[in-house]
Write a protein that binds this ligand. Structure first.
Ligand code: ADP
Ligand code: MG
Length: 270
């Protein structure tokens, strides 16, 4: 049975989700709070987030710097624990209540994360870096490298397979990080500003891959972006402010260039 505060939270999430347009939920967040520090240093980075993110969609998260986007992605991906009492359900499993090994295992099997700073292993080539999730999952090395080559090639990196991260530009490193997140076809892909360091062509290629990864009924993609050139790849766009989701809009997800003055442009100005 729902107590009144839970019922209220379900209602808030329902209103944000625009009744009638919702599909099956991939990620369910209820009363998600995150506090950093103690005493006078306390920062409330997330303030009772209630939000549903759907399967088969690419959801984009926008909002001003410092509003909590990276913190929210990290909590969803199980990299950061939220404060006690919050619900972080990913494909029906409550990540907030998983501990240690079980959480790591769940994350490795189900989630691909692209960090804002790329976190590549400096001693490994592009192809080796991209293959890491498969190697960890026990895929034989030749097959893992072949699959990594395939994904890197689709990102325009076919001629840099043997390069070390130090030999690559920022945009090229970013594409290796994206290949690593996509390589094992995780059910959830979470990306923090994936196109920030990319030129227009590479950015569009990355988003096409993300969208392809999202439009399957058992998958979901969540992307933080400031880049209005890629807003039209979103099926749904959420605006965050001061630790809360304040607005959610459904959109066509047609991957067509947007018309001037539409909601994406409004989100860009927000
Ligand atoms: N590890 C941390 N320790 C202390 N404060 C943090 C930490 N990470 C983030 N914050 C603070 O939490 C707030 C939200 O940060 P963040 O999620 O990085 O915002 P965004 O990604 O939207 O720019 C900011 O005020 C930031 O300074
Ligand atoms: Mg951030």
């Amino acid at each position: 049975m729902l107590d009144s505060s839970t019922a209220e939270r379900e209602m808030v999430a329902g209103v944000l989700a625009e009744p009638g347009l919702e599909g099956e939920v991939a990620i369910r967040l209820r009363d998600v709070n995150k506090t950093f520090g103690t005493g006078e240093q306390t920062v409330l980075a997330l303030r009772g987030v209630d939000w549903d993110i759907y399967r088969g969609q690419l959801t984009m998260l926008v909002g001003p710097s410092g509003c909590g986007k990276t913190t929210l992605l990290s909590v969803v991906a199980g990299i950061l624990d939220c404060d006690r009492g919050g619900v972080v359900e990913v494909f029906g499993s409550d990540v907030a209540r998983m501990r240690g090994g079980a959480k790591t295992r769940f994350r490795m099997d189900n989630i691909g994360f692209v960090f804002q700073q790329y976190n590549l292993l400096p001693a490994l080539t592009a192809m080796e870096n991209a293959s890491v999730p498969l190697i960890i999952a026990g895929v034989p090395r030749p097959r893992a490298l072949e699959r990594a080559r395939e994904v890197l090639t689709s990102l325009g990196m076919g001629n840099r397979l043997g390069s070390l991260p130090s030999q690559l530009s920022g945009g090229q490193q970013q594409r290796v990080a994206i290949a690593r997140a996509l390589v094992h076809e995780p059910r959830l892909i979470v990306c923090d500003e994936p196109t920030a360091a990319l030129d227009h062509e590479s950015g569009q290629a990355v988003m096409r891959l993300m969208r392809d990864a999202a439009v399957k009924s058992d998958r979901s993609v969540l992307v933080v972006s400031h880049d209005s050139r890629v807003f039209h790849f979103a099926d749904r766009m959420a605006r965050m402010d001061d630790g809360r989701i304040v607005q959610v809009r459904s959109q066509v997800g047609s991957a067509q260039e947007p018309e001037a003055g539409d909601v994406w442009e409004a989100a860009a100005r927000a």
